[in-house]
Design a binder for this molecule. Structure first.
Ligand SMILES: Nc1ncnc2c1ncn2[C@@H]1O[C@H](COP(=O)(O)OP(=O)(O)OP(=O)(O)O)[C@@H](O)[C@H]1O
Ligand SMILES: [Mg+2]
Length: 281
């Protein structure tokens, strides 16, 4: 059996040092690891929308959550940024260091298959309206066969949202969730998520409150706001899916992947001892 891969998620938040993370991916490859990269692209996406004077309205759903609506026109632009800009930058950063890489969004080879989320009930003042156009997805399947072929060929797959539905519609999915789904589906050893923060902090404004280790992702939810909640949910899913450890750390630190893996930086999430699940062999 081939070695279990490592999944590296390169955050798409403002200030993430993509080149720095790719340098560590190259080192992992040199050490004989099988690596799958997943990139986000929130900052590049929002910037391109702004440059084109397009907006994604923030709405409150009937269940009380605040979400950003993604419609066909905005998803098209977000896809340009995620795939055309960030994903290709990651591929080029690996190629420039002599490592063969192939960039795929969820639609390419149906690598990230999703179910379209149902129409959204939106609270509009006193009234409720239904948005049938929003294009959000829930990941259902990862094309592990394709990823296995690419890994066997010595390629580093670099994956990114959007995902695709069975009938060929692009849908928005969170990149952290995608990374967790890929890690689980591939039976990855570990998932390392590099972002623009040192890790999970009890007080997001104070790096001294960095959580170094936790066996209780759910218990940490209270510290997380905004998109960090998606990241923790992704960590929870990956651990439940058999990934041994999930690391959240800063992309700009020296040797960001290795310092996270060596527990010299960032937050390490594991399941409590005795609660460890095992990936299907
Ligand atoms: N307790 C917390 N500790 C650390 N960061 C937090 C916390 N609560 C909220 N955050 C926010 O979470 C953000 C990281 O999540 P975000 O999804 O924006 O980054 P990313 O995953 O790197 O980007 P993308 O989703 O585009 O790949 C940080 O920039 C920070 O503002
Ligand atoms: Mg994120």
């Amino acid at each position: 059996m081939s070695t279990r891969p490592i999944v590296i998620k390169i955050g798409g938040a403002a200030g993430v040092d993509l080149e720095n993370v790719c340098a560590d991916v190259v080192e992992l490859i040199r050490r004989g690891e099988r690596v799958v990269v997943v990139n986000g692209g929130s900052d590049a996406g929002e910037r391109l929308l702004k440059a084109l004077s397009l907006e994604r309205p923030e709405v409150r759903t009937a269940s009380g959550n605040v979400v950003r609506l993604t419609h066909a026109d905005t998803l098209r632009v977000l896809t340009m940024a995620w795939v055309g800009d960030v994903n290709k930058r990651a591929v080029l950063a690996l190629l420039a260091r002599g490592v063969p890489a192939i960039g795929l969004c969820g639609a390419d080879g149906r690598v990230l298959l999703a179910r379209r989320r149902p129409p959204l009930k939106i609270r509009d003042g006193e009234r409720t309206r239904i948005d049938r156009e929003h294009l959000a997805g829930e990941l259902t399947e990862v094309n592990t066969r394709l990823l296995g072929l690419l890994l066997d060929e010595g390629q580093v797959p670099v994956l990114c949202p959007p995902a695709v539905t069975a009938d060929g519609t692009l849908v928005n999915v969170d990149a952290d969730q995608a990374a967790a789904a890929v890690a689980t589906a591939l039976g990855a050893r570990v998932l390392v998520m590099l972002s623009n923060v040192p890790g999970l902090m009890e007080d997001p404004k104070n790096p001294a409150t960095l959580v170094r280790r936790s066996e209780d992702v759910e218990g940490c939810m209270g510290f997380a706001a905004g998109r960090m909640r998606y990241k923790l949910e992704a960590a929870r899913r990956a651990l439940a899916g058999g990934v041994s450890a999930v690391y959240v750390s800063a992309s700009h630190a020296a040797r960001p992947v290795f310092t996270a893996l060596d527990e010299e930086a960032g937050t390490k999430f594991t399941l409590p001892e005795g609660k460890v699940t095992h990936a299907a062999s």
